[in-house]
Design a protein around this ligand. Sequence first.
Ligand code: PLP
Length: 460
Amino acid sequence: MRRRHVHPGTARDRRVPLPPEVPADARDADGLTVWPRSTRPAPGGDLSLAGVPLAEIADRFGTPVYVLDEQEVRSRCRTYRTAFPDADVVYAAKAFLCRAMAHWVREEGLGLDVCSAGELALAVTTGFPPERIVLHGNAKSPEDLRTALRLGVGRIVVDSTSEIARLAALTPSGGRQKVMVRVVPGIAAGGHTKVRTGTEDQKFGLSITDGSARHAIARILGQPHLELVGLHCHIGSQIGSVKPYVGAVRRLVGLMARVRDEHGVVLPQLDIGGGHAIAYRPGEDSMNVPVLAGRVRAELEEGCAHARLPVPRLTLEPGRAIVGPAGVAVYRVLSVKRTSGRTFVAVDGGMSDNPRPALYGVRYAPRLVGRASGAPPRLVTVVGRHCEAGDVLADEVALPGDVRPGDLLAVPAAGAYHLSMASGYNLVGRPPVVAVSDGVARLLVRRESPEDMNRRDVGI
Ligand code: PLP
């Protein structure tokens, strides 16, 4: 594949100044704490993002539509870079990836974490430097590994012993691929059992407890084509507390000391994954990134001093915390059905563009936009359009009592793990992604059309 370097500037010289922030108490009063910082009340009961009214976006691009605030993404990248000035901050592309997103994170000086040949190829075709890319995956396909080696990714995170020989065999002679070992630190953390990945009873990583991590390390050290540069862990998602990260650092430094003692090898890198919580609804907690940085750094320095190890270079892999709060989903109401006990407000999207409520029971706070309403609020259930009773986007949420077909509902904190997990259920095309910045809206990803879907169906 040919690589196009369409943005030759350095991260620093392409940085765009960020708009001034609205004071936090004004955002509280408007109920906008979980919305992008550029969100403002707009005439006629609407909201604007980066100066663009949401109703205007809905009219221009149709609904459902995902709106991404570019400066919010960039500012979140900068928060990490400022808090972790000496670390590699690697954006987890699985949260959301498109070409523009790859440009933004690259320009902000971040690396990229990918988990398939598809994500990797997309990133590299935008000119993303492959040496700043980390490849993950509990079951990487031969195609994933071949693509990673061909494009020259910086690091591959080994997740099983069987992968070691396969990877070594695919590495071209004379080449030496940098790898890390994904370790299970035995730490339970995360917002839901399905996203806890730091414990023994799940599919990711190699256990410290049963010795498989040490076994994999020894195997890699015996492979001349592989260079073990460090240890990796990712303990889960939606983690709001720094404590589990401190615990993970402690265990991984312990293992690094053991590797030094057993093999005489001092590993120069430590990757503590992502998983930092964001608030989906007002009042929910999010990870305090500067506090995380201080506590992790302190534990790392103390642990390494105690083990007489040099402090390794840290890598972090935030996904959700970079893009989640920057995204807003806008739907149009198609029907309102009042049953004896409940009111169902059905919108023109649903589990095909946001499977998270059905998967993890996540709760959102949709809001009426595009018109003002003085009607007293009523508790309703916002459901999708799919043929599935579990297609519920937001259960028991307060919306104006006069909500009706044709209204627009906007859902904040919709930037991560919506479109990247979207499906083609009921052959409903995936929504477009529109970026907003400085009063301008531009299409990043177009809506999936029936023709797009039909093109794949080649049988008779
Ligand atoms: N790194 C790895 C290995 C992951 O599996 C994930 C998500 O599952 C992430 C980073 C990003 O997590 P989050 O988006 O919660 O920050």
